[in-house]
Design a protein around this ligand. Structure first.
Ligand code: FES
Length: 155
């Protein structure tokens, strides 16, 4: 079984969990992103065909959510919150730290392809701000030193 067949099989399994095919769109987009690396046009077309949903609808939903990758990104995605609580507790300083220490600009990727950085709206950790996600892992009470320790885990 090749990777495309495996993906189709996974999509069939996901579809069984929902009463209507359209409801499976978000998790299937996630699967396609994992498989294609980002939601490039071929990935959106694949999802459109797999779920029999118009391409425009698939693209509209995909581009609405910040959790999907809309361009080629690094191996690990850092999503740093800079909303009010995080900003008050130093998120802007952490953005500068990521830029100075790793050469990582907001919306950019490190030269070695290891990390990409996007800014998030509140991720629900205002009481333990600043906070971020690295891929699907959540971190709070961030400092420069703590970020350094965290990022060591992601090669
Ligand atoms: S403002 Fe950053 S988690 Fe709420």
């Amino acid at each position: 079984m090749n990777r495309t067949d495996e993906l189709i099989k996974e999509i069939q399994e996901v579809k069984k969990s929902y009463p209507k095919t359209k409801a499976a769109l978000l998790p299937v987009l996630y699967l396609a992103q994992r498989e294609f690396g980002w939601l490039r046009p071929e990935a959106l077309e694949f999802v459109s065909e797999a779920l029999d949903i118009p391409k425009a609808t698939v693209k509209g939903v995909a581009t609405f959510y910040a959790m999907y990758k809309h361009k080629l990104m690094g191996r690990h995605l850092i999503q740093l919150c800079t909303n009010v609580s995080c900003m008050i507790f130093g998120a802007e300083r952490l953005v500068d730290f990521l830029k100075n220490k790793y050469g990582l600009e907001v919306g950019g990727t490190t030269a070695d392809g290891r990390f990409s950085l996007v800014i998030m709206e509140c991720i629900g950790a205002c009481g333990t701000a600043p906070a971020m996600l690295v891929n699907d892992d959540f971190y709070e009470n961030l400092t420069e030193k703590y970020i350094e320790e965290i990022l060591e885990k992601y090669k």
